[in-house]
Write a protein that binds this ligand. Structure first.
Ligand code: GDP
Length: 430
């Protein structure tokens, strides 16, 4: 069977920890979308890791890790990450990279950088890792698949055609030097040798695994709000962040996905540009305090180090986020962070043009939305590391009950710290 671990919000919900935890009961962990533009933070016996491309199962010798065809594959970064993980004492992981995955090329990164510069104040706040140009090229059918590396005449032809187009943009729109297909060809052939041991038909591998009754974990990057169709377009990412896309990006049958674990944090955080709608944001000293106390080292991007915008729990966005993911259960992380508050605000509605709604709107209306907060009593104590749900303070449990009722998804797990074992299991009331 297939389980998916996905984000209900803007990303950084703590999916890495959940995946690391649930990986122990799985045979295969699959990345099915996105690229090295975001990262999971995982803290385990080997140390602290920020994984960008590698699936989170790499710490378990019994797990096969799969980079699916839906991923934006930056081979150099993948290999570098493998080397880093092994340098920290992790045994060489089992890894298969889809031969249908497309390659994130140096010109994608350049295009991303140039375009953000061109946009200036209107920039999307891209991580400049080439993700948007990569996916544009995939759908424009000018992308290069990993399998193309093993057919040199075909590779040269496709690369030359792609570079021809890019150079028109680079020289005439961005006024930058052209790139050379021949130089890139040489680099690609070198990278091919480094990735060669891992290349395989991952869709066939996963179907075979399902026939054998194996458990497959799909590991999502970012969250519902960043989905280009159902998220806050255009402040989204360029690949689908929804569990449903796992069928395409990993190549598993839709009917095989039986469990969708939607991860959400006990407060909100969001990376990206300051122009992005983030209704429950808390600014000023109150926000600084939440940012400082959040996560395991404060709320700063795992890949970029950028300070994340923070806010109170947004029940409107999270209810919608769980709905579009098709959550079968929800995991609430970082409950331990809120123990300092006398009152815990929760955004339970959006006021748009004088009307209060609990439905998540489209972007133009979202940009006009103001938060409606309800205040819940704080629990004023440190619950870090608590593993017994019943032993949590009554107000902390009341907070979880309230959120569950508002988001409409059964909260089965409550995380009380960044470490794998810091988790309290809860019997849902829904
Ligand atoms: P992901 O992309 O969804 O995996 O999220 P990130 O790893 O970027 O962000 C989550 C952050 O919260 C990381 O720094 C985690 O170590 C940390 N974290 C996860 N769960 C908890 C928790 O229950 N409590 C605290 N304090 N930190 C947590």
């Amino acid at each position: 069977m297939v389980k998916a671990i996905v984000g209900a919000n803007w990303g950084d919900e703590g999916k890495g920890k959940l995946t690391d935890m649930l990986a122990s009961q799985s045979d295969i962990v699959v990345r099915f979308q996105g690229g090295a533009n975001a990262g999971h933070t995982i803290i385990n016996d080997y140390g602290r890791f920020a994984l960008h491309t590698l699936p989170s199962g790499v710490f378990y010798p019994h797990i096969t890790n799969v980079v699916g065809n839906g991923v934006a594959l930056d081979i150099a970064k993948l290999v570098q990450e493998l080397e880093e993980v092994e340098a920290q004492g992790v045994p060489a992981p089992k890894l298969i990279v889809s031969d249908r995955a497309q390659l994130l090329m140096p010109y994608h990164i350049l295009q991303d950088v140039y375009e953000e510069e061109r946009l200036g104040g209107r920039a999307f706040g891209s991580t400049k890792s080439g993700i948007a140009p990569f996916y544009s090229d995939k759908y424009a059918k000018t992308g290069i698949q990993l399998c193309d590396l093993f057919d040199e005449p075909r590779l040269r032809e496709r690369l030359t055609a792609a570079v021809e187009l890019k150079n028109v943009l680079f020289e005439h729109l961005y006024h930058r030097p052209p790139v050379s297909a021949e130089e890139m060809m040489a680099q690609l052939l070198e990278l091919r040798e480094r990735v060669r041991p891992y290349v395989g038909d991952t869709a066939a591998f996963l179907h075979q695994a399902l026939d054998e009754g194996k458990t497959i974990l799909l590991e999502g990057q970012l969250g519902s709000m960043k989905d280009p169709d159902l998220g806050i377009f255009p402040m989204t990412t360029s690949s689908h962040t929804l569990a449903g896309y796992g069928c395409v990006g990993a190549g598993v049958p839709p009917t095989a996905i039986q469990d969708v674990i939607c991860v959400t944090k006990a407060y909100s955080s969001c990376v990206g540009s300051s122009t992005e709608p983030f209704v429950s944001e808390v600014a000023g000293p109150e926000g600084d305090e939440l940012r400082r106390r959040g996560g395991d080292h404060g709320e700063f991007g795992a890949t970029t180090g950028r300070p994340r915008r923070v806010g109170w729990f947004d029940a409107v966005a999270t209810r919608y986020g769980c709905m579009v993911q098709g959550a079968t259960q929800a995991a609430l992380t970082c409950l331990d962070v809120l123990g300092y508050l006398d009152k815990v605000p929760v955004c339970t509605g959006y006021e748009i043009d004088g009307q209060v709604t609990r439905s998540f709107p489209t972007t133009p209306a979202l940009l006009r939305a103001k938060p409606v907060f309800e205040l819940l009593p704080g629990w004023k104590c440190d619950v870090r590391g608590c593993t017994d749900y019943d032993a949590l303070p009554a107000n902390a449990k009341a907070y979880v009950d309230f959120l569950e009722e508002r988001i409409g998804a059964p909260i089965t797990m409550v995380s009380t710290g960044p470490k794998r074992e810091e988790m309290a299991y809860r019997t849902p009331k829904l």
